[in-house]
Write a protein that binds this ligand. Structure first.
Ligand SMILES: NC(=O)C1=CN([C@@H]2O[C@H](COP(=O)(O)OP(=O)(O)OC[C@H]3O[C@@H](n4cnc5c(N)ncnc54)[C@H](OP(=O)(O)O)[C@@H]3O)[C@@H](O)[C@H]2O)C=CC1
Ligand SMILES: CC(=O)N[C@@H](CCC(=O)OP(=O)(O)O)C(=O)O
Length: 337
């Protein structure tokens, strides 16, 4: 049932970390009504899955079903693993339901997707998906039926690099040394994210070949060979910092370029000090700092992987798709201290 004149929306994948963050924002949304919540099994309530919601939201969780989603919702958030999401997208779009997909399934052209993920089963919809980085595609998002929500590392790296791409010496390496909190790996258990492996520890993984490198290259319109991306896992729950290095030659004031580029973007904050994870935790902000020495430009970009890197950016995209102000229900005060 629609509540007053609110727009019914749904969350599929509600057991997971990004699903929880979506629910937390949507129950407070002034114009969306969270009318449908699902995971793969159903038969429970959202507060049983996430006891932090006791007394706040105790709605039923259904077994995910396309017909039920389409009968209830105008827009659905898919917080599902890669390769699972695309099976939902095609039938939802056919039933005229708008989709914000948090997975990687629609972020890349077919050939690049298939090289780094798996065969794509919904090639037709790759043709008219919009990549959901508002600072890059705000106008197109407003009229999109399907938005591919960006990956967390690509969000922080692309936002840091965008203002300086036309200052960079062509064909010189783009170096992105990134650190992420463990919630980026999702809720399922693994040996890598085991407490004993992560606690008091720091390590790189998938250096230079991580599946987010082609996403960064594709959206910045450079070749995969130019992007040297190395992610590291750090023993924090949420947060992400990308330390980015590029070579430039012409004279310019890097801080002024950054400020000018983002002067109309409410969710990017230019910082005159090196940024940190804590100041953006729980928000959709991306904080960016820049420093130049000779030909070297250092850019530091910080986000909350679960928020700007996933769920808050997804709600911003849904706000734009439905004609609302992009800040609706988006938390803007960080978990500090
Ligand atoms: N974590 C992060 O920082 C980010 C995550 N993402 C992406 O967002 C998506 C969700 O990530 P995250 O929340 O971390 O993942 P999780 O593993 O924490 O959660 C995914 C949830 O989806 C549910 N699920 C799996 N298969 C199905 C299915 N067929 N039908 C319905 N529900 C299903 C699972 O719950 P159950 O088994 O109980 O049904 C699972 O809990 C992924 O594609 C991820 O890559 C994007 C950016 C950042
Ligand atoms: C710590 C960790 O494992 N992080 C994930 C990134 C999660 C994410 O945001 O990306 P997707 O949406 O593309 O899954 C990884 O490195 O694969």
């Amino acid at each position: 049932m629609e509540q007053n004149s609110k727009i019914n929306v749904g969350v599929v994948g509600a057991t997971g970390y990004t699903g929880l963050e979506l629910v937390k924002m949507l129950v407070k949304h002034p114009y969306f009504h969270l009318a449908y919540i699902a995971n793969s099994e159903g038969g429970t309530t959202i507060n049983k899955l996430h006891p932090s919601l006791n007394g706040v939201c105790e709605d039923e969780v259904q077994k995910a079903d396309i017909d039920a989603m389409a009968a209830t919702c105008k827009l659905v958030f898919l917080a599902l693993p890669h390769k699972t999401a695309m099976a939902y997208v095609k039938p939802l779009l056919e039933k005229d339901v708008k989709v914000v997909d948090l997975s990687a399934d629609y972020r890349l052209p077919q050939d690049i997707y298939e090289e780094f993920y798996c065969p794509h089963t919904d090639r037709a919809n790759l043709e008219h998906v919009v990549y959901g980085l508002p600072e890059l595609n705000r106008e197109a998002i407003k009229s999109a039926k399907l938005v591919a929500n960006p990956g967390c590392f690509p969000t922080s790296a692309i936002l840091g690099l965008l203002p300086f791409m036309d200052k960079r010496i062509p064909n010189t390496p783009i170096i992105i040394d990134a650190k992420t909190g463990v919630s980026g790996a999702g809720k399922k258990l693994s040996e890598v994210t085991h407490f004993v492996n992560v606690n008091d520890n720091l390590f790189a993984y998938n250096p230079l070949l991580h599946r987010h490198a082609p996403e960064i290259a594709n959206k910045l319109d450079v070749s995969f060979d130019e992007v040297n991306f190395v992610p590291h896992l750090v023993p924090v729950t949420r947060g992400m910092i990308s330390s980015i290095y590029i070579q430039v030659d012409e004279e310019f004031n890097a801080m002024k370029v950054l400020q000018e580029f983002y002067k109309h973007d409410i969710h990017v904050r230019v910082s005159d000090m090196p940024v940190n994870m804590k100041n953006v935790a729980g928000t959709n902000f991306c904080d960016i700092y820049v420093k130049r020495k000779g030909n070297m430009l250092f850019i530091s970009s910080s986000i909350d992987n679960l928020m700007r890197g996933a769920s808050a950016q997804a709600v911003v995209n849904a706000n734009l798709m439905m004609g609302f102000d992009e800040t609706m229900a988006i938390p803007d005060i960080a978990y500090v201290p």
